[in-house]
Ligand binder design. Structure first.
Ligand code: NIG
Ligand code: FE
Length: 418
């Protein structure tokens, strides 16, 4: 006689959110308004993966579970996929925050040696282990607000030694915590003081990119394409150099002005162009002819009092939209994705369903992980969270500042609070 079926963890009586079998393309345009949910459902987990799910009346009677959790009155989400962060840094920069309140601009602070360069000076002083110790609490913090997958950039090293150190720390976050980590080399974040741009470009192309590739420390390459940082031509040159070493581009584009970053991204077939606070019809038309994911970072725009990326217009143009946190000490000192989703809804006028699609399937797609993360289907990695008892999905962005995440499950394991 066949033995009873078993699973490691069984969730019962919950409303499953973002149930999608087909994730071969991003969700775009009018389709972003639908968020597939399955109320009154069970979900079983075996060996870290979703083994089955369905309505409660189809729950196999003889299923034996090691552990069972009731999700009655609660929602079961796939973990948020945060596709843009600078999680590895030393200190926060609240001193600059106060300077800005008193009238200084981001560009002025950068010109006075603040901003990215001050974070770089701090990172350069720390050992790899010390930098890991500084970063781990932030990794634990984002786990508690529902993030299960995170992209982490370098860019506060600005020397070969320190950029490699940052990327090693980013990789170690994926080993020391249950987060799934993708890493991006952002040596082209700023030109180090005392160095000519052309010399730094040479260093990036001849030394840093090959060294990063040699140690397999990065999955992607990024460039801060903005006036005063890197031009579109330099961005294209760096992106192409990265591609020769297998690093596909994902770019910082159009944050402080219409920098030509979107054009550079489309031209180099970037996986995503991020920020987009300054976007015109020309950029939208170009994006429509490309596979590059427009990614808004509503927390950074809010914090810097910049215009929000035109998320509503992007979706209405039939494009996909992704949203991410940009967690960093200078322009978004939080990686709280429920809050980022709230900002997206409130300030870009996108619906809760659109924002949740933007922060799960679409970010997973831009990180080339949609077959494993960002949605619920059999075989996907069981990185999920169960919400507090809440009345609806819309309650999440509505109750901005509230953490709707109760139980966190990563790779099939319940993560104890604290
Ligand atoms: O994405 N724009 C460039 N990089 C970060 C800010 C970095 C910093 O100020 O430390 C951003 O906003
Ligand atoms: Fe950024």
């Amino acid at each position: 006689m066949a033995s009873n079926p078993t699973c490691d963890l069984l969730i019962t009586h919950g409303t499953l959110v973002q149930v999608r079998e087909d994730v071969t393309a991003p969700v775009k345009g009018a389709d972003m308004a639908s968020l597939p949910v399955l109320p009154g459902a069970y979900l079983s987990i075996t060996q870290g993966r979703i083994s089955d799910y369905g309505p409660m009346d189809r729950l196999p009677r003889n299923l034996r579970a090691q552990q069972t959790l009731s999700a009655k009155g609660r929602f079961v989400f796939p973990s948020f996929v945060d596709s843009h962060t600078h999680l590895v840094f030393d200190q926060y920069r609240e001193d600059e925050f106060v300077m800005k309140i008193k009238g200084a601009t981001y560009t002025e602070i950068a010109a006075r040696g603040g901003g990215i360069l001050s974070s770089a000076r701090q990172v350069q002083k720390l050992s790899e282990d010390e930098l890991l110790e500084r970063t781990l609490p932030r990794a634990r913090e984002i786990i508690r607000t529902g993030t299960g997958v995170v992209e982490i950039k370098s860019g506060y090293g600005l020397t070969t030694r320190d950029e490699l150190k940052m990327l090693r720390v980013a990789r170690r976050i994926g080993i020391e915590t249950p987060l799934k980590v993708k890493t991006t080399f952002l040596g082209a974040h700023a030109v180090p003081p005392g160095m000519q741009k052309a010399d730094y470009m040479n260093l990036l192309i001849r030394e840093m990119i090959p060294a990063v590739a040699e140690e397999k420390l990065a999955d992607y390459i990024d460039v801060f394409c903005e006036a005063g940082f890197f031009t579109p031509d330099e961005t294209i040159q760096l992106a192409e150099a990265g591609k020769q070493y297998g690093l596909q581009p994902r770019l910082h584009a159009n944050q402080l002005g219409r920098s030509g970053g979107v054009q550079a991204g489309v031209k180099t077939a970037a996986l995503s162009v991020d920020h987009l606070e300054h976007l015109g019809d020309e950029e939208i038309t170009l994006l429509k002819k490309s596979a590059t994911m427009p990614t808004a970072l509503p927390g950074a725009a809010f914090f810097l009092r910049l215009p929000q990326a035109p998320g509503r217009q992007i979706i209405d143009a039939g494009l996909p939209l992704a949203i991410a946190s940009d967690f960093n000490p200078g322009s978004c000192p939080t990686g709280n994705m429920p809050l980022i989703i709230a900002l997206a809804c409130i300030q870009m006028k996108i619906t809760p369903e659109e924002a949740i699609n933007a922060a799960t399937v679409n970010t997973a797609f831009s990180l080339q992980l949609s077959h494993e993360y960002g949605s619920i289907a059999r075989g996907r990695v069981a990185s999920l969270f169960i919400t507090q008892p809440i009345p609806s999905v819309a309650y999440i962005p509505y109750a901005f500042g509230y953490n709707p995440v109760d139980t966190v499950i990563l790779n099939g394991k319940v993560i104890p609070a604290g």
